[in-house]
Design a protein around this ligand. Structure first.
Ligand SMILES: *Cc1c(COP(=O)(O)O)cnc(C)c1O
Length: 371
């Protein structure tokens, strides 16, 4: 059994994928070829956002908007400590300071009630709070209505970290449309993954889009050899764009399949664990299906029982970011963000992908329910 099965998916698209790749070998436009623009247009139409700027990774998709907003030394950016390292890494890379805000017990997403406090902490440190990066963890969008209210009050730019949530929704609105800027990742294991690194940025803001396109390619102007600002080499390869285009053709159905599997898990897992909570009107893209054991010891036990049945598990995330060695300099200590710390101790993820065999799913459920 695989944790994420990319082989079954490849069988469905292999023929068309080969056709697309051969076409690129013929036209030879490996950098910014037509497939890149085709993908950007398809994705911006899908999420109903004016601009899609593809780029080299989900990490760069977060870094570029921070650079475009001139965020750096002396600035603070609020975010959640319960996420992948890259979310806060990019803040530190610009020279700005990450301020961590604790999460909701039930959704593991940032709790907007902590934003006021986060802003005062930043001000007390003599920093300018400039932005907030909410993360749509495991595919579930964060609580944007409340985040938007607080962001307006404190004049914060919202950068939606949608690396895990492409295809997720609140009502009829798709993830990647909730931020002033939204960022996603095409890392192979994400809901819409390529066969390598890649990412995309979405915004309705024309000026910001122009700046971010420029940063993506060495800060260039309309003339490629005129450099208006400091940028990066952060383009998406034509070959990756072609792969993502083929994967996108079956993506909507995959989100349905993931939700069907999630519903079966939720209905049938009855063992002593807490199952994921999806608020009304929210749709998760189920990048991960994560459950909470009662305590750390029972988590180890559950994982061992699953392992005996050859069922793979993962722990996202064992260490909240405020306790990561790399962020020691920020001065956080254990006890500062108790919900994130407690969830980190008890959470684990079970196999979740669109092609999970029903027999395998039953085996996972039975093993979990066997106390
Ligand atoms: C994967 C991920 C990223 C980084 O994406 P890459 O494409 O691996 O650079 C950022 N934030 C979150 C929440 C992620 O899960």
């Amino acid at each position: 059994m695989e944790f994420i099965d990319l082989k079954s998916q490849q069988k469905k698209i292999r023929k068309n994928l080969e056709k697309r790749l051969f076409k690129i070998l013929d036209h030879g436009r490996y950098i910014m070829g037509p497939e890149v623009f085709e993908l950007e247009e398809k994705l911006s139409n899908y999420v109903s956002v004016k601009h899609c700027i593809s780029c080299s990774s989900g990490t760069d998709a977060l870094l570029i908007p921070l650079m475009a907003k001139n965020i750096g030394s002396g600035d603070a950016v609020l975010t959640t400590p319960f996420t992948y390292f890259a979310t806060a890494e990019v803040i530190a890379l610009t020279g700005a300071t990450p301020i961590f805000i604790d999460i909701y017990k039930k959704t593991y997403n940032i709790d907007p009630d902590g934003i006021d406090k986060g802003v005062s902490i930043a001000l007390k440190k003599g920093l300018n709070p400039k932005a907030i990066i909410p993360v749509n963890l495991f595919g579930l969008p964060a609580r944007y209505r409340l985040i938007q209210e607080k962001a307006k009050k404190h004049n914060l730019t919202i950068i939606e970290d949608a690396a895990q949530s492409f295809g997720g929704k609140i009502g009829n609105k798709l993830s990647c449309s909730f931020g002033d800027v939204s960022s996603t990742s095409f890392f192979p294991a994400k809901p819409l993954g390529g066969y390598g690194d890649g990412g995309a940025i979405f915004t309705n803001n024309d000026d910001l889009a122009t700046i971010m396109r420029s940063i993506r390619s060495h800060g260039s102007g309309i003339d490629k050899y005129e450099n208006l600002r400091i940028g990066m080499n952060a383009r998406l390869d034509t070959i990756q764009a072609a792969i993502i285009l083929e994967k996108f053709s079956i993506f909507k159905n995959e989100i349905k399949l993931r939700n069907k599997i999630a519903q079966k898990y939720i209905k049938n897992i009855t063992g002593n664990v807490i199952k994921p909570f999806t608020p009304q009107n929210y749709l998760s893209s189920w990048a991960q299906f994560s459950i909470l054991a009662e305590n750390n010891k029972l988590r180890t036990l559950k994982i061992e029982m699953l392992k005996k049945e050859k069922i793979p598990t993962m722990i996202y995330y064992k260490t909240p970011l405020h306790l990561q060695p790399a962020f020691k300099g920020l001065g956080y200590s254990f006890g500062d963000l108790p919900i994130s710390e407690s969830v980190s101790n008890k959470i684990f993820s079970i196999p979740m992908h669109p092609y999970l065999d029903p027999i395998d799913q039953d085996k996972i459920i039975d093993t979990l329910n066997n106390e």
